[in-house]
Design a protein around this ligand. Structure first.
Ligand SMILES: C[S@@+](CC[C@H](N)C(=O)[O-])C[C@H]1O[C@@H](n2cnc3c(N)ncnc32)[C@H](O)[C@@H]1O
Length: 275
């Protein structure tokens, strides 16, 4: 039997780890996976931005779009969307620390049309048909258990013909004890959806599926580059956060690479339209 986590556990994890991840992942607080063009090499920042660009293009984001970003973290994607596509964005997250960071960065840049709300993906604090787009990167796997309530909530707050675009960590094979410990438990989640599972949930909720894409190779590359980043900054991380945390992160990232290579976990992108 494995341990089950609550949203409270996840919020506590992110409140505690926000500064650590800013040092390793991205100094502005971006915390999703990158999509790589060959000449990017290990330029993670570029791959993170390119992932935003790919999703925005697929979802047909443009002037006048009203977007809800679920699990918005430090709001890096939201600032990108407001600045580059002239949109209105609401970011929602359960981590107080990351929301505070998002508000601070928004205000220091003086951005308009960008709001942040504390809340859960399972119970969105918005009226039905509020948004033209619902967007989410690297969040739904943290929602404890069954993902039906999340997709149903996305459907409810979208206007007719509205677009849902999200990416997520998926279970694509057997979860062995190492993957359970170093990928699932380390990040405080216990259940990831499958490709087929999401396809079924999207259809039964009433979405027309436009695209499902397997981005597992890009997730693997992201973690390979993160291992390099981590090792390069070893001194700084050990000095600021201690060797135990450094060792755990290194083991966590390297196990993620091997779990991806063994097709135990994967990365999926989903695009649907509200019928
Ligand atoms: C891996 S980070 C991704 C952050 C952001 N989407 C990005 O691209 O940088 C996952 C985020 O989801 C948030 N989160 C996790 N579970 C959530 C839930 N049930 N409801 C809302 N947000 C949640 C976490 O607090 C965290 O900020």
């Amino acid at each position: 039997m494995y341990r089950k986590y609550t949203e409270k556990d996840v919020a506590a994890y992110y409140n505690e780890m926000s500064d650590v991840y800013k040092l390793i992942w991205d100094e502005d607080g971006c915390l999703h996976w990158g999509i790589f063009l060959e000449y990017f090499g290990c330029d993670l920042h570029r791959a993170f931005l390119y992932a935003n660009e790919v999703l925005a293009h697929k979802a047909n984001i443009g002037k006048g779009s009203r977007i809800l970003d679920i699990g918005s973290g430090c709001g890096t994607t939201d600032r990108y969307l407001v600045k580059n596509y002239d949109t209105y964005v609401v970011g929602l997250d359960i981590s107080f620390v990351r929301l505070q960071d998002a508000l601070r960065q928004r205000d220091s840049e003086g951005l308009q049309g960008l709001e942040f709300v504390m809340g859960s993906a399972r119970k969105l604090p918005f009226r039905e048909k509020t948004f033209s787009h619902v967007w989410s990167q690297a969040c739904f796997y943290y929602v404890p258990g069954d993902k039906n309530p999340v997709i149903e909530e996305c459907y409810r707050v979208l206007e007719p013909e509205g677009i849902l675009i999200f990416d997520d960590l998926l279970q694509t094979g057997e979860i062995d004890s190492k993957t359970r410990r170093m990928v699932f438990d380390r990040q405080r989640f216990h259940y990831a959806e499958t490709f087929a599972g999401y396809e079924q949930i999207l259809k039964s909720t009433g979405f027309q599926i436009i695209e499902i894409e397997d981005l597992t190779a890009d997730m693997k590359k992201t973690y390979e580059c993160l291992v390099v980043n981590l090792q390069r900054r070893r001194h700084l991380i050990v000095e600021k956060f201690g060797k135990t945390l450094y060792d755990e992160l290194l083991k966590g990232f390297t196990t993620t690479v091997s779990s991806l290579a063994e097709r135990r976990i994967g990365w999926g992108l989903f695009l649907g339209k509200k019928k």
